[in-house]
Design a protein around this ligand. Structure first.
Ligand code: PXG
Ligand code: PLP
Length: 442
């Protein structure tokens, strides 16, 4: 019999090319998750590990929710699949209506995808379609932001701004990037920085450089997640909105992490009180249980694109996915939204955020902690680099925390927390104590 270290055989390890993973390191020292329960992952030795990132920012309501499991099981024996193109099924319409009612202002059109990456592609394709159907087909360029993450597709890596995710691939879409809002003079910042709004003015330079007649949209995360939880300065998003209006540029909020409660509000748009033209969601939409994403747009975008669609039998937007609005994903989303609402999880996050903020900032002053930022149930820590090796220390710290029973995210020169919305105060205390211990002995 093949030796089965960590519950996985050598041949099995050899076969799986893992995504965004240091494959060689992982396979020499695997971290295998065999189960989950509430706010905990369970590893292959039966050890409970606190899930300090809610999966991958996905499972805010905790793992293995029976409500979602039952809805999915029921759906699988009622309607497992329905053709997504030219035919519809009831649940997709129900979910769309529900999301439209949740989204701010007149953001009331919903296009389903299966992931945040597909949502990024879809939103920017809709932006181009909108301008083309407006008679302005040269408006094609997408402006993103340095350190932005919008997924792994050709679109996402183009207007995304994380160098490590871009440098391998060569030319993709034409894009440009605003500066990020990580402020050197405010490394330790509770909530929104009170300076830095001027960085939005860079859009004026982009317009001078490319001309507004060539720019379709600006896409930003209201709060940048993957790059290390970067919070928008007070007034920054509002100024971006004003400048987009002034220059006829669509504004897309990528809320794949901020959507459905992470900020203590339903959307980042609510938290920061700015209405974009489109909102992208994924992850928390189904509490991570089934892949699903969506692009939600304002009414005028749908009206323009469909209005210019030619004869009525014509497809107005030649875009979609085999699994757009998959019945099982819709069932999971409906159940996940029920849980979110019935347990008032969004207001729970907002009520406990000050406690979480105080806890994460208690780590200031420890060795290697160069910066701390937080908003809602998200926090980012900038970690001092080994010379020339920015990604090494966060990796070492995260491994040490995993050994202690805490899962946190590490990436670039940062550690990140995205705790479940169901986290109790004592669990925050335990997590922060473990981090204190790990950093003190690093
Ligand atoms: N936009 C944003 C803002 C994201 O955070 C995507 C798009 C892409 O979504 P998909 O579903 O295609 O992965 C994301 C995904 C992390 C981490 O550890 C974050 C993401 C994905 C994986 C890991 O921070 N964000
Ligand atoms: N590749 C081939 C050969 C296909 O037939 C399809 C869909 O029909 C796709 C890719 C796209 O797959 P999806 O719609 O799941 O994104």
């Amino acid at each position: 019999m093949t030796q089965q270290a960590h519950g996985v055989t050598q041949a099995q390890k050899d076969a799986l090319w893992m995504p965004y993973t240091a494959n060689r390191q992982f396979k020499s020292s695997p971290r295998i998750v065999s189960g989950a329960e509430g706010n905990y992952l369970i590893d292959d030795t039966g050890r409970k590990v606190f899930d300090g990132l809610s999966g991958l920012w996905t499972c805010g309501a905790g793992h293995n929710r029976p409500e979602i499991a039952e809805a999915v099981a029921r759906q699988l024996t009622t309607l497992d699949y329905a053709p997504a193109f030219q035919y519809g099924h009831t649940l997709a319409f129900e979910l769309a209506e529900r999301l439209a009612a949740m989204a701010p202002a007149d953001i009331n059109q919903v296009f389903f995808t299966n992931s945040g990456s597909e949502a990024a592609d879809t939103a920017t394709k809709i932006a181009r379609a909108y301008w083309r159907q407006q008679g302005q087909p040269t408006k094609t360029r997408i402006i993103g932001r340095a350190k932005g993450y919008h997924g792994a597709s050709w679109g996402g890596i183009s207007f995304g701004g994380i160098g490590a995710n871009r440098k391998m691939w060569g030319p993709a879409m034409e894009s440009d990037h605003l500066s990020h809002t990580l402020l050197a003079d405010q490394p330790f910042c509770k909530g929104m920085p009170d300076t830095g709004a001027h960085l939005a003015e860079e859009l004026i330079e982009m317009v001078a450089l490319h001309d507004a007649s060539n720019i379709a949209a600006v896409i930003v995360e209201p709060l940048a997640g993957s790059a290390g939880v970067i919070i928008p300065p007070v007034g920054y998003l509002r100024r971006l909105r004003e400048l987009c209006d002034e220059h006829d540029i669509l504004l897309i909020f990528d809320e794949v992490i901020t959507g459905f409660g992470r900020t203590g509000h339903l959307f980042g748009a609510n938290a920061f009180d700015v209405v974009p033209d489109m909102i992208n969601v994924a992850k928390q939409l189904t509490n991570g249980a089934v892949p699903m994403g969506a692009v939600m747009t304002r009414q005028f975008i749908y009206d323009t694109v469909t209005g210019a669609g030619g004869p009525e039998y014509n497809i107005e937007l030649p875009h979609g996915y085999t699994y757009s609005g998959h019945p099982v994903a819709c069932a999971a989303a409906m159940a996940a939204l029920d849980v979110l609402e019935q347990e008032s999880l969004v207001s729970r996050v907002s009520e406990l955020s000050p406690y979480f903020e105080k806890a994460v900032h208690s780590l200031a002053g420890l060795p290697f902690v160069k910066g701390i930022r937080n908003f809602g149930f998200a926090a980012g820590f900038t970690i001092e680099s080994y010379p020339g090796e920015p990604a090494r220390r966060p990796f070492e710290l995260a491994m040490s925390l995993w050994d202690k029973g805490y899962y946190v995210r590490y990436g670039g020169d940062t550690l990140q927390l995205g705790i479940p919305f169901t986290t109790e105060k004592f669990e925050i205390d335990n997590l922060i104590n473990a981090m204190h211990d790990t950093l003190s002995n690093a």
